[in-house]
Design a protein around this ligand. Sequence first.
Ligand SMILES: Nc1ncnc2c1ncn2[C@@H]1O[C@H](COP(=O)(O)OP(=O)(O)OP(=O)(O)O)[C@@H](O)[C@H]1O
Length: 258
Amino acid sequence: MSYIEIRNVWQQYGQNVVLERLNLRVEEGQFCTLVGASGCGKSTFLRLLLGQERPSKGQLLLQGQPFPAEPDATRGVVFQRYSVFPHLNVLDNVAIGLELPRSPLLGRLFGGAKRRAREEAAQLLHRVGLGHALDLYPSSLSGGMQQRLAIAQALIVRPRVLLLDEPFGALDPGIRKEMHALLLDLWKDSGLTVFMVTHDLSEGFTLGTRLLVFDKVRVDPQYPQAYGAHITYDIALNEARAREQADKLASLITTKES
Ligand SMILES: Nc1ncnc2c1ncn2[C@@H]1O[C@H](COP(=O)(O)OP(=O)(O)OP(=O)(O)O)[C@@H](O)[C@H]1O
């Protein structure tokens, strides 16, 4: 059984078929980069994985079970545009991810529980290079810093799957490189399974252990919305890195079981 299995998924809005015949098996710890023409349904696919939408047809399975139908802590998400809370400082932006689920009524923790949540958040913020900025507000952060914050927000709840929709699309090339290194380090440490949409093919090739190309194969010029895209190429990449990660995860599972 694969970690994630996509079985004959279709997504259609009214008469507009966006995705069709999508079939995919992904093992735990793989880093999938998604590329394809603008409008061919890559973000739609991420929304299906996130649970923001349900497919018109087909199934998405996580370890053999249907994906949770609502966004939850199994999946973290980072968008291109900064999704952080402007009225909270950096530390609170991340700590709130722990406070909300642990105190659904008040949305706040107190005493020792609050201190522990803030310590955990501060540790992660150090890890993503924002240890010096805990008290700052998002408006005073650069684009790269805001995306570091968005990544910390996504990771604080320890998701199993990380979804990234062009997370570095708005950043300068130098900062992008730094973010690539950070993302790869986080991925190696965490064993996360990653799906990342990018318009930058070289980014897709550099980061992924698997490149998935979305494309429309069937086209009716009279009725362009009749057919959807599916995965036309599935290319294994950076195989040494992929193998290392797979071995690491396998040994973690063996240690847990023994
Ligand atoms: N909720 C919706 N209702 C109706 N149509 C939608 C909805 N969401 C997406 N679409 C349509 O689905 C198609 C695919 O959009 P999507 O954003 O998934 O493509 P994409 O490959 O991510 O594009 P881009 O690379 O430009 O971000 C578009 O034609 C869009 O208009």
